[in-house]
Design a protein around this ligand. Structure first.
Ligand SMILES: [Zn+2]
Length: 210
């Protein structure tokens, strides 16, 4: 389903801070997956990431070897010489999304937990909602990243369409709605609990139960 985001021109992107954290590898596990899903369909952010990566490389070469501890070379050589365990093949983003198992939680609404490492209490999941499906006003105890994979999601006056990225923090209370006739499918990463009421409560229950 992610293929549908290719060749789109997203209008809503991760913040510069989020992209920098992605490049630095400092995003929470799972949240980086949602940014990766955005990057798979956004040439503009791909450019930014490449620029940030080359800036990071320049900074490292400026620091030079003198900043390394005295035994860094020895430890590196030791690591190179040591037998390395074979790296487990990591599933691609599309494989991860395709293997997620749908569970219907309300008429027209399904949720599918994405099997990827997360911090305790965090969740990464796909959510599909048909036109007219119930949504619930809810707050967050932490950050929420959303990548729209298909359809369109309304937040106040803003419409997020396939390819768009939406980032909410813990201060935001919102009530997303489905825009248009197409089922809306989004990839979410959420930090901590959501308010356990209505549809959101059923989603949280379904995810905890997978
Ligand atoms: Zn973008």
């Amino acid at each position: 389903m992610n293929d549908r985001t290719v060749n789109l021109r997203p209008e809503h992107h991760p913040s510069p801070e989020t992209l920098a954290a992605y490049v630095a590898g400092s995003l929470r596990p799972g949240f980086d997956l949602v940014v990766a899903a955005h990057l798979s369909g956004c040439a503009a952010c791909g450019e930014d990431v490449r620029r940030l990566e080359s800036m990071g490389g320049a900074v490292l070469s400026e620091i030079g070897p003198s900043a390394l501890s005295a035994d860094a070379l020895a430890r590196t050589l030791e690591r190179i010489g040591a037998p390395q365990p074979p790296a487990a093949p990591r599933p691609s983003l599309n494989e991860l999304l395709a293997s997620a198992r749908k569970r219907w939680v309300a008429p027209g609404v399904w949720v599918a937990k994405v099997d990827t490492p997360v911090e305790p209490g965090d969740r990464v999941y796909l959510l599909g909602a048909a036109k007219g499906a119930a949504t619930a006003r809810h707050g967050h105890h932490g950050a929420e990243f959303t990548q729209v994979l298909s359809g369109a999601l309304g937040e106040g006056d803003v419409v997020y369409r396939a390819g768009d990225f939406c980032q909410n923090d813990e201060t935001r209370v919102h009530r997303p709605s489905i825009v248009g006739d197409e089922e809306c499918v989004c990839l979410f990463a959420t930090q901590g609990r959501l308010a356990p009421t209505g549809i959101i409560g059923r989603i949280a229950f379904a995810l905890a139960d997978v």
